[in-house]
Design a protein around this ligand. Structure first.
Ligand SMILES: [Zn+2]
Ligand SMILES: [Zn+2]
Length: 281
């Protein structure tokens, strides 16, 4: 976890070069001090957003800084030049180092265990959106589950914005505002243009303990739950809404599938993967 200087009004000093910006298109850090803005992996030039960051280039490398961070004169992004391979530059071939060698301060997980656990969970859960969606599709996409003639299709899972809280050694990672979008065939002759669409909103809560082990931290006792499920119809009213509300009640089939997806996923290997991620710091 790197810790950069940021100050929108700061001028360069003998030790720090400001003018480094976040690109809202490719999410990299690039040098924005020139009239042209390099080559963005998302196409065209980088687009600066947010803070102006400053990078150390004179302070000697210490046990809490990592050196070999360099500017690429082809794409203008910051990249790590400490390996033989130079990554993949959007301007073609590998990045090409020019100018200062930056020493960037970092924090270990032990300094800020909550932030480390929060980062680990966010990164892993986001990467698993598609597998969880596939599980929900496999369980909910079978024919006639809701009622005869009602088969769910076009299932698409969207994850909400996480909210992480820790107190002492325990944490609560809440993921509110997730929803499963889906459509349903109907037993009528109206055709698919008339098919009802729903959003099945559900909150997820992950609680656990943070354990320190020297410089590293790990999590234990991870327990996931789904505190609420709400059906929001997109284009229908009436009896069919009631049918879906019943199907996705927490104790009914649809509601249980959502809870099983979260339970199965969190029990299977989430703890191991979070801990493997945390070992990197
Ligand atoms: Zn970019
Ligand atoms: Zn490059």
């Amino acid at each position: 976890m790197f810790a950069l200087h940021y100050d929108d009004a700061a001028a360069d000093t003998g030790a720090v070069q400001f003018g480094w910006r976040y690109c809202s298109k490719c999410s990299s850090l690039f040098y924005s001090g020139f009239p042209t803005k390099g080559r963005c992996a998302a196409g065209g030039a980088h687009v600066a957003q947010g803070f102006t960051f400053g990078l150390n280039h004179q302070a000697p490398a210490t046990s809490s800084t990592q050196t070999e961070w360099r500017y690429c004169d082809k794409c203008f992004a910051l990249f790590w030049n400490g390996a033989a391979a130079k990554g993949r530059c959007p301007a073609g071939a590998g990045h090409n180092a020019q100018g200062f060698t930056f020493n960037i301060p970092y924090k270990t997980a032990a300094v800020d265990p909550g932030a480390a656990v929060s980062d680990a969970l966010a990164s892993i859960i986001q990467a698993d959106r598609v597998p969880i969606q596939d599980y929900l599709k496999s369980q909910l996409g079978r024919g006639d589950l809701v009622a005869k003639g009602f088969t769910l299709y076009d299932l698409n899972l969207q994850l909400g914005t996480p909210n992480f809280q820790s107190a002492g050694t325990s944490f609560n990672y809440r993921l509110p505002g997730n929803y499963l979008y889906l459509k349903s065939t109907t037993p009528t002759v109206m055709g698919s243009y008339g098919d009802p669409a729903f959003e099945i909103h559900f909150d997820v809560s992950l609680v656990g303990a943070i354990v320190r082990a020297g410089e590293h931290v790990r999590v234990e006792g991870l327990v996931a739950s789904v505190p609420s499920i709400t059906v929001k119809p997109r284009n229908v009213t009436g009896d069919i809404v009631t049918t879906f509300v019943h199907f996705f009640a927490r104790t009914a089939y649809g509601g249980r599938v959502i809870q099983q997806a979260v339970d199965k996923y969190s029990r299977q290997d989430l703890t191991d993967r979070v801990n493997a991620y945390l070992q990197q710091f």
